[in-house]
Ligand binder design. Sequence first.
Ligand SMILES: [Zn+2]
Length: 176
Amino acid sequence: MPRTRSASGPLRRDPALRRAELLARLRERDEDLAFLAHLTAVGLKPLSRYERPLNDTLKSELTAFGLSLGTCTRRTEAGGTVEETIFSRSTQLLDIYREAFNNGPLRLSSELGRLEGYLFGFPPCCVAAYIAKPYSPNQLSREDQALLFHWACDGCTITPLLLPRYREALRVVREA
Ligand SMILES: [Zn+2]
C-alpha cells in the first residue's frame, strides 16, 4: 500500500490506511517490533513479548494498533532484573502471563515453557520437541526458520500452515 502521509479528509479516516500508517511508523523505529505487533494484531500470535521497555511514543502506537500492553519483571541468574513489554489483544492473556512470570526467573521450567508457547501461539508439537531437545534439526530452510519465533519440530504439520501467513505478514509490514 502506498504511503499516504499527506492524506486528509475521508482518507485519514479509512481504518486500513490508518493501520498502514501506524505500521510504517512502527517499522521505521523497529521492524521486529512492527512485525510482532502486526502478527499479534491479526491474531496469529495471541501474545507477544518485547524484551525491552518501550518509550511512550512506541507504547501509544501499539495501543493505537488495538493492542493492550503490560510490563513484566524477570530475574536473571546473576541476580539482575530484566524489564519485558508484553502485548496482546486480550488483557486476560496479559494477566495470565504476569501471574505466571512476573518476578520469576528468566530460566523456564518445562511447565512454564509450555505456557509460554501456548501464549505466544507456538505449535504444541514444536514446544514439546524443543523442551525435550532444543534446536533439533528440522527440514525448514534457513529463511523460513528465521521468520518464526519458535523452533519448528522435525516433520511439523502445523508450521507449514503458519509460514505463508507469517510471510504475508512480513510483506505487509515492509510495504506499509
Ligand atoms: Zn511442530
